[in-house]
Ligand binder design. Structure first.
Ligand code: FAD
Length: 489
C-alpha cells in the first residue's frame, strides 16, 4: 500500500524551506505542498516591489518556477479544515489529503483591532497582490491629485496615513517619503505638497520589537528623507473611510479627523482562522495566550507528534521566538531534518534558532543593519548590507545568483565604480565644491566598503544552505502522487 504523503500547509518561509530542504536531502517520501497563492512572497523585500528597486520575479517568484524540476506536488488551493485525529486535510476545492506527517505553516493574518471600516478601506501590505494593489492605488491618487481643482480634495489625495509604528510601519513610511515625491514630480506635481503621517498607539516607534534599539537610527533616517514624516504617537485610530480616518488620544480623548485617501494598516497580526479552528482539537492548556498551538523543542504539537508547526503560527513551549522570517526559515530547515531523522528511525532533535541581528529598509537605497547586536550600520552602507543579505536568502540558487549579480552590477559597478572612473578621468572638470568633494569621498568609501558589505552579508545571512542549492529531483522510484490525484488513502 502506498504510504500517505507528507502534507505541508502553507508555502511561506517555514513551509517552502521545509520542502526544499527535504528534496535536496533526497528524502524519498512524497510531498504535497498546499498554498492558495500562485507566488511566494519574500516579505522583507516587498517594499522593493512597491518601489521597483528589484525585479518582481526575484521578490515574488511563482511556485511553478521555484519548484521546477522537483517532484514536489504543489497544489494551489486553500486548506479549510484539518482533522488532527483522522489525519486528514480538506481544501476549498473539496479535495482531501490523508497524511502521515503534517507541517502546519500558515503564518498569521492581518489584524485590524476591530477598528470600524479598517478591513474595508485600509490597505494591508503582506503579499504580492496586496503590494500591487497599493501601488496602483497610490499612483491613481497622485494622478487624480494633479487633476483636482479643489485644494481640499487634492490634499486628501496627497495624504497617506500609516497605522502602526512597528518595523513594517517604519519601513513603509521611510520608503514612501522618498518614493511618493519621485512619482509625483514625474507627473509634474510639487513633492512638498505630499503628507505622510505615522500613527502609533505607543509613545515610541519600534517599541517592544527586536528592532527597538534601532529607534534612534530610524528617527535619524526619517529626518533625511525627501519629505518629512509626521509622527503621531499615543493615538488610537477609531475609524477608517475611503477618504479619511478618525483617531483620538490613546485614552480616548480629543477625537480628530484626518482627510486621507490612503490608509496603510501595519498594526498587529491576528491568529490565522485555520489555527483558530484547530483550537477545538487541542487542549486549551496547550495553546498560547493568542490561541497558537504550543510545540515542543522539536517543533511537534504536544498531543499530535506527527504534526509539526512553526513560524508565525506556533509557539515553542518555554522558548517563544519573534515572528521573523529568519526564525521561520531556520525552523523549516529543522523540521526537514527531523522528518529525515524519523524516516531513518532516529529521534528528532531540538530546533536551534539563532538570531543574527536585524535589517530595516529606511528609504530608497538606504537601510539599517544591526549585525549580531554588536554593530549598527546606517544609510547607504546599511542598505547595501540589507539588500545583499536578502538576495542571498532568496530561495532559488539560480535566481539568487542572477539577482545578486544583477543588483551588485547595477549598484556597485554602474553607480559607484563607473562614477569614480568617470570623475577621475574628467580632469577638465571645474574644481569640486565642498559638497561634491564630500559626496565623492562617500562614493569612494562605498566602493571600498562594498566587498566588505558583501562579506558581512554572507556571514550575517541565513544563507541558502548548500542543501537548497540544487533542486534537481531525487532519484526516486516514484512514490509521488500523480498531479491529478488529490485524495490519499
Ligand atoms: C511587510 C513585511 C515585512 C517583513 N519584514 C521582515 C524582515 O525584514 N525580517 C524578518 O525576519 N521578518 C520580516 N517579516 C516577517 C516575516 O515575513 C514572517 O515572520 C514570516 O514570513 C513568517 O513565516 P511563516 O512561514 O510562518 O508564514 P508566511 O511566510 O506568512 O507563510 C504562510 C503561507 O501560508 C499560506 N496560507 C495561508 N493560509 C493558508 C491556507 N488556509 N491553506 C494553505 N496555505 C495557506 C500563505 O499564502 C503563505 O504563503 C515581515 C513581514 C511583513 C508582512
Amino acid at each position: 500500500m502506498v504510504k500517505p504523503p507528507l502534507v505541508i500547509v502553507g508555502a511561506g518561509f517555514t513551509g517552502l524551506f521545509t520542502a526544499l530542504h527535504l528534496r535536496r536531502h533526497n528524502h524519498l517520501h512524497s510531498i504535497v505542498l498546499i498554498d492558495p497563492q500562485e507566488k511566494f512572497s519574500f516579505k522583507p523585500l516587498l517594499y522593493e516591489l512597491l518601489s521597483g528597486e528589484l525585479a518582481e520575479d526575484a521578490i515574488c517568484p511563482t511556485y511553478e518556477s521555484l519548484l521546477e524540476g522537483s517532484d514536489i506536488n504543489f497544489v494551489q488551493d486553500r486548506v479549510t479544515d484539518i482533522d488532527l485525529s483522522g489525519k486528514t486535510v480538506v481544501t476549498q476545492s473539496g479535495a482531501s489529503y490523508g497524511y502521515q506527517h503534517l507541517v502546519l505553516a500558515v503564518g498569521s493574518v492581518q489584524g485590524y483591532r476591530h477598528t470600524d471600516g479598517a478591513e474595508d478601506h485600509a490597505f494591508p501590505f503582506r503579499s504580492w497582490d496586496e503590494g500591487k494593489r497599493l501601488e496602483r492605488h497610490l499612483r491613481d491618487c497622485l494622478k487624480r491629485a494633479r487633476a483636482a481643482a479643489d485644494p481640499a480634495e487634492r490634499q486628501a489625495l496627497l495624504t497617506t496615513a500609516i497605522v502602526g509604528g512597528g518595523p513594517s510601519g517604519v519601513e513603509m513610511a521611510a520608503t514612501l517619503a522618498d518614493l511618493l515625491p519621485y512619482w509625483y514630480e514625474k507627473l509634474g506635481g510639487d513633492g512638498q505638497e505630499l503628507r505622510i503621517l505615522l500613527l502609533n498607539h505607543g509613545k515610541d516607534i519600534l517599541s517592544g520589537d527586536s528592532n527597538a534599539h534601532l529607534r534612534s537610527a530610524a528617527l535619524r533616517a526619517f529626518r533625511s528623507r525627501r519629505i518629512s514624516i509626521e509622527l503621531l504617537p499615543q493615538v488610537a485610530v477609531t475609524s477608517v473611510r475611503k477618504d479619511q480616518l478618525t483617531y483620538s488620544q490613546a485614552d480616548g480623548t480629543h477625537p480628530s479627523t484626518l482627510p486621507a485617501c490612503t490608509t496603510i494598516w501595519t498594526a498587529g497580526t491576528e491568529l490565522h482562522p485555520l489555527i483558530r479552528q484547530l483550537g477545538s482539537q487541542i487542549p486549551s492548556e496547550h495553546l498560547d495566550h493568542h490561541g497558537n498551538p504550543l510545540v515542543n523543542s522539536r517543533l511537534q504539537l504536544l498531543d499530535f507528534p506527527e504534526v509539526f508547526a512553526a513560524g508565525d503560527c506556533a509557539t515553542v513551549q518555554g522558548d517563544p521566538q519573534p515572528a521573523l522570517a529568519q526564525v521561520a526559515y531556520q525552523q523549516g530547515t529543522a523540521i526537514a531534518r527531523n522528518l529525515i531523522a524519523l524516516a531513518k528511525g532516529s529521534q528528532p532533535q531540538p530546533a536551534a534558532v539563532r538570531l543574527r541581528g536585524t535589517l530595516m529598509k529606511m528609504g530608497l537605497g538606504e537601510g539599517l543593519a544591526n549585525l549580531f547586536d554588536k554593530m549598527i550600520i546606517e544609510s547607504t552602507a546599511g542598505g547595501l548590507i540589507r539588500t545583499a543579505t536578502y538576495l542571498e536568502l532568496l530561495p532559488t540558487p539560480l535566481r539568487d545568483f542572477k539577482a545578486t549579480v544583477h543588483w551588485l552590477d547595477e549598484e556597485i559597478f554602474s553607480r559607484t565604480i563607473h562614477e569614480l572612473q568617470h570623475r577621475t578621468s574628467a580632469n577638465e572638470r571645474p574644481a569640486l565644491s565642498p559638497a561634491d568633494r564630500r559626496a565623492r569621498r562617500q562614493v569612494q568609501a562605498l566602493a571600498m566598503l562594498a566587498p566588505l558589505a558583501f562579506l558581512l552579508a554572507t556571514a550575517f545571512a541565513l544563507r541558502t544552505p548548500p542543501a537548497e542549492q540544487n533542486l534537481s529531483p531525487p532519484q526516486t522510484t516514484g512514490t509521488a502522487p500523480s498531479p491529478g490525484s488529490s485524495t490519499y488513502p
